[in-house]
Design a protein around this ligand. Structure first.
Ligand SMILES: [Fe+2]
Length: 336
């Protein structure tokens, strides 16, 4: 029964247990609190249910046929579409081994059997609160990604540019042994680095001829505007410096801050190498597409001028020569 002090537990909860009595008990307790409960008899059915239904929390029994609780949990946590859904494993009270196994499988929490009503509701409540926050964050991120892609979509010449940048910046970062969190930041920055162009008039953005000095001043504001758009998102902490500095040059002649050398974040140096290469190898309103060889030569000349990081460029050239960046140059054969 709903107590006055207990706010309802809203959300969809998936309960997987092979014992009908256990399923019914959990279903009864949770629906009485206002939750929508879906019950399934095994781990495989739980994973299948998640592929078709939006679920906010999963309660998994450990001993189940087909997939047991650990295996189902591992599947849920290894799938990018479901890994943010909290999973609670219901285990026997004394089974330490189960808990260790559960932690390995990525479980967010544990409940001991026989399930205590107060403990169950407290855990479910706190995990659903967490899920709500993750959902909000995901929504904010996806709005930004959509915005960035719609800007890219305005210009047929840059089609697919964001995806290529995300993929190859991360690959180049990996080649440079950057930590995982920087690779994630590079992937995100690949998509949103030019989001500030939303504030630049189309007449300038899509102008086929050369830009006037005034128009250059306007277009150069896109990195700072992009930083301002993304800064409120805490999860974009490592992305924001890439957005701000992706047009800096090693000799200090770039913008917006005229940073020199190592003062430019390494992630920004990575993204700009891929960005420049992609611009060279694709057709733009003001130029034809250059061959891989010509593009690499142009960039080598620019490295010599002091624009780009020589070490980052060397690693990138290696990636291109190995054929790993073929998609980046849209399948253009290396060496042409
Ligand atoms: Fe840019």
């Amino acid at each position: 029964m709903l107590q006055q002090s207990d706010p309802p537990i809203t959300g969809t909860i998936l309960v997987a247990d092979d014992q009908a009595a256990n399923r019914e008990l959990l279903e009864e307790l949770l629906t009485a609190q206002g939750s929508k409960v879906i019950t399934v008899p095994d781990g495989a059915a739980a994973v299948e249910e998640l592929s078709k239904t939006q679920v906010d929390l999963v309660l998994l029994d450990v001993m189940m046929p087909r997939l047991n609780g650990f295996e189902a949990c591992e599947k849920i946590k290894n799938n990018p579409a479901t890994y943010l859904i909290p999973v609670v494993l219901v285990t026997a009270l004394s089974d330490k081994h189960d808990r260790i196994e559960g932690i390995r499988a990525g479980a967010d929490d544990f409940l001991t059997r026989p399930v205590d009503r107060t403990e169950l509701l407290a855990r479910v409540r706190s995990l659903l609160k967490l899920k709500l926050r993750t959902d909000e964050l995901e929504r904010a991120e996806s709005v930004l990604f959509t915005l960035a892609r719609s800007i890219e979509g305005k210009d047929p010449y840059t089609l697919g540019h964001c995806e290529r940048l995300a993929e190859y910046s991360a690959r180049l970062g990996e080649q440079l042994n950057l930590p995982e969190e920087q690779l994630v930041a590079l992937r995100r920055a690949g998509i949103v680095h030019d989001v500030g162009k939303v504030a630049i008039p189309d007449a300038i953005l899509l102008k086929p001829g050369g830009l006037t000095p005034e128009e250059w001043t306007i277009i150069r504001q896109h990195s700072v505007i992009g930083e301002r758009i993304c800064a409120p998102l805490k999860s974009f902490r490592l992305v924001v410096p890439i957005i701000r500095h992706h047009h800096e040059k090693l000799d200090g002649s770039g913008y917006p801050d005229g940073l020199r050398g190592d003062a430019i974040p390494v992630t920004a140096r990575v993204l700009q190498i891929v960005d420049v290469y992609d611009a060279l190898t694709t057709e733009r309103p003001y130029k034809k597409a250059f061959s891989v060889t010509d593009s690499l030569q142009t960039m080598k000349d620019e490295v010599a001028k002091g624009w780009w990081d020589p070490h980052v460029f060397d690693q990138f050239e290696r990636l291109v020569r190995s054929g790993e960046a073929d998609v980046l140059s849209r399948g253009t054969a290396v060496g042409r």
